[in-house]
Design a protein around this ligand. Structure first.
Ligand code: PHE
Length: 450
């Protein structure tokens, strides 16, 4: 345990801890990725598997990460090392994942910022067919400098928040932005459900078609669960290292999991009815929110307003998530290299900017730059969500289940006996056996080893 506690920031209030952690979890994964992954994989049937993965894999790992982080009060590498030096490599894997996710996430975040600006200026509302929206997206995405510039702007905003520190930057921004996000989401989804034809969208989202379920859908559901909850890369270890001794970890983790899942479902409720009301196929891939939705907004009265609000929602979701990724790396540099926050943040931002630039260019001028047939951008997304996150999640559950002293976990989850946590033995069983075995089998199966 870190002894110079008093030099470390602490997240002030109880609601502060929940909003900060929820801010990290609720992101483009919920609003941009979930609807199209669900759409591509059978809607309601996918949802059931997804919720299964959340409860059986995501929540236990989140609880473990929070307990570990608050116990160590250190960055990821310091955390594993302080318990068992042999586990230090898991810390480096965590760092690698956070950096690789930043590489593609900042690109999409940049797109959301550009779409927000084009909505506000009215440029987006000038187009008037799905083809034109599609052409707009492709021209923008493949432009050699515009998307790069937008991702840099996004990185700069992140940089400022992180450089301001945990309380003044991360906590304050999450406390302002997350309530705004919830309000926008609710207004937009009520509007969507009221659209003519909206019921078909809800049916698509909620009515399970079990014939669609196969191991690949399972695999997608697992990858999405890890990515959406932000588990498996120590982001929650990092944030929980700032939790106060009074924070109720079980309540915080359960609240974050419920909020994250609700936001994904509400995003589906916001998007599918709109898509169905104009009779477009829901499984239109990542372009769903950048082509289909703007085209549909354009048919509504006050279209510029709706699309501005929608893209503002995406921008907010992206900011609160990217700062959690940035902090994983920045805190590591601060503590392990003993460097000031302001300089550590510059190093992280610069590395992220290089990767994001490559990822962005790989969709345009440098499209010849592929890895196993995937563009660098797609390779980053697939490799992190579907391979590295589950592998590292397995590592974290083994570490928490087998290596860490059980008493430490129990003390953290019960605040040293002050609270109750009845399912503790089930929790340990999940961490020791179910999480690693289930995640391992799905992973090996899908990469073709089993
Ligand atoms: N959970 C975030 C989202 O859903 C993405 C993320 C993953 C953020 C991992 C931090 C760490 O968009």
């Amino acid at each position: 345990m870190n002894t110079d506690n008093n030099t470390r920031a602490t997240l002030g209030s109880r609601i502060g801890a929940i909003l900060v952690a929820a801010g990290g979890s609720v992101g483009l994964g919920n609003i941009w990725r979930f609807p199209y992954v669900a759409g591509d994989n059978g809607g309601g049937a996918f949802l059931i598997l997804y919720i299964g993965c959340i409860v059986l894999l995501g929540l236990p790992i989140m609880l473990a990460e929070m307990a570990i982080g608050r116990h160590s009060q250190l960055n990821v590498v310091g955390t594993y090392k302080s318990v068992s030096p042999a586990w230090r490599p898991l810390g480096y894997i965590n760092l690698l994942i956070s950096m690789l996710i930043m590489g593609f996430y900042f690109v999409v975040a940049g797109w959301t910022a550009e779409y927000f600006v084009s909505s506000v200026t009215g440029e987006l509302a000038k187009l008037d067919s799905v083809e034109q929206y599609s052409a707009f997206f492709d021209t923008f995405r493949t432009n050699p400098w515009k998307p790069v510039l937008y991702s840099w702007i996004f990185i700069a905003v992140n940089h400022i928040i992180i450089a301001l520190g945990v309380e003044k930057g991360i906590e304050r921004s999450s406390k302002i932005l997350m309530p705004v996000l919830f309000i926008i989401l609710i207004v937009m989804s009520v509007n969507a459900v009221l659209m003519p034809g909206g019921a078909a969208g809800l049916e698509f989202l909620f009515k399970p078609d079990f014939s669609k379920i196969n191991i690949d859908v399972f695999y997608q559901a697992m990858g999405q669960a890890f990515f959406s909850l932000s588990v498996g890369l120590g982001a929650l270890i990092t944030y929980a290292s700032y939790f106060s001794r009074k924070t109720n970890i079980v309540k915080t983790a359960v609240s974050v999991t419920i909020l994250d899942t609700l936001v994904a479902i509400i995003a589906g409720v916001m998007i599918f009815p709109v898509v169905f009301s104009v009779g477009i196929e829901p499984s239109s891939g990542p372009s769903l929110v950048f082509i289909t939705l703007p085209a549909i907004f354009n048919t509504l009265p006050l279209s510029a307003l709706w699309s501005s609000i929608f893209f503002l929602l995406l921008v907010i979701a992206a900011v609160t998530s990217t700062i959690s990724l940035h902090e994983v790396f920045t805190l590591y540099i601060i503590e392990q290299w003993k460097i000031k926050r302001s300089v550590a943040a510059i190093i992280t931002s610069a590395m992220a900017a290089v990767l994001a630039t490559l990822a962005s260019l790989s969709l345009g001028d440098w499209s010849g730059f592929t890895i196993m047939g995937y563009s660098f951008f797609d390779a980053l997304d697939m490799f992190t969500s579907n391979i590295l996150l589950p592998i590292s999640g397995i590592g974290i559950s083994l570490f928490a289940g087998w290596v860490l002293n059980k008493k430490i976990l129990r003390d953290e989850l019960t605040n040293f006996g002050e609270l109750r946590f009845r399912p503790f033995s089930i929790f340990i069983l999940l961490l020791r056996y179910l999480c690693p075995i289930l995640a391992g089998v799905i992973l090996l199966n899908s990469v073709g080893v089993l």
